[in-house]
Ligand binder design. Structure first.
Ligand code: AMP
Ligand code: MG
Length: 263
């Protein structure tokens, strides 16, 4: 769901269990496959055109499904034209620069789809929640982010941002699954338990992100994400719609084809 620019967002008004008009996973499977087929085609066009890039920003609480979304929605894309960048705790070198320095250099080149698993928004989320910089510093960042994204858009980078919306109960379930399944132990981190204690501070920080940084040029999409299959479908549909609206064309031949004879 598109967050209309200027909306003052209250997350409790959005149901993380929402499944649209679908009753069950199976019904949505066909719809998802259709979207993924079209996405493959659109990616090929974007690459062939080589005139603009698509930047997908994924944010959400721990366990909200950022990795899973990348696997299920972007998994079928051609590796030739896609790059995934996870943003972790900044290094000393990164911290010695402005917060957008490490971000800007990972923006995809024209023709490419770039996926940010976390992003510059961490600098107004985790940084705010844990007071890693003074309030007056992070407060100024919303406007800086909006201006940065405007610069990207004006330079032919399309920016689409997804907030994966899960409930606190769903996070509990997912953390418990990580603890109960040997194939998921690796995903579990004590950090997740610690961060969970800051649930409401993160919610507030996300509400401000969605309220202040959903712009005409780079809107936020809120994705109900308690049901993974619905989350995948919504993300896929939104990306397909965004790319379709570009009305891309395959470039014309660069030479006079009638003059060419392959011996
Ligand atoms: P994960 O995505 O689970 O691999 O965890 C990455 C960790 O890096 C998360 O705990 C984020 O909060 C943290 N992180 C990402 N960006 C920043 C940032 N700019 N400042 C501080 N921590 C960050
Ligand atoms: Mg994690």
């Amino acid at each position: 769901m598109l967050i209309k620019p200027g909306t003052s967002v209250s997350l409790k008004k959005y149901d993380p269990d929402d499944c649209g008009s679908f009753g069950a996973h199976e019904e949505a499977e066909e719809a998802l496959q259709k979207q993924l087929t079209e996405l493959t085609h659109l990616q090929n066009l974007l690459y062939a055109e080589g005139r603009r890039a698509l930047l997908i920003v994924l944010q959400g609480m721990d366990t909200s499904g950022k990795d899973g979304t990348i696997r299920h929605v972007m998994g079928g894309l051609s590796p030739l034209g896609v790059q995934v960048k996870p943003f972790k705790v900044p290094t000393q070198e990164e911290l010695a620069h402005d917060f957008l320095w490490r971000i800007h250099r990972e923006v995809p080149r024209h023709g490419f789809i770039g996926i940010f698993n976390r992003s510059h928004y961490e600098d107004v989320l985790v940084v705010r929640v844990h007071g890693l910089v003074p309030k007056k510093v992070w407060k100024n960042r919303y406007e800086q982010i909006n201006q940065f994204e405007k610069l990207l858009v004006k330079n032919n980078v399309i920016v689409v941002k997804f907030y994966l919306h899960i409930s606190k109960a769903e996070q509990k379930l997912r953390l418990e699954q990580r603890l109960a399944d040997p194939t998921r132990f690796w995903k579990f981190s004590m950090q997740d338990i610690k961060e969970r204690q800051y649930w409401s501070a993160y919610r507030k920080a996300y509400e401000d992100v969605l309220s202040q940084c959903s712009t005409k040029w780079a809107p936020w999409h809120l994705v109900p994400a308690n049901h993974k299959w619905y989350r995948n479908l919504v993300v896929a549909e939104t990306i397909v719609r965004t790319l379709r609206e570009l009305d891309m064309q395959y470039p014309p031949p660069s030479v006079d084809l009638t003059q060419i004879k392959i011996e």
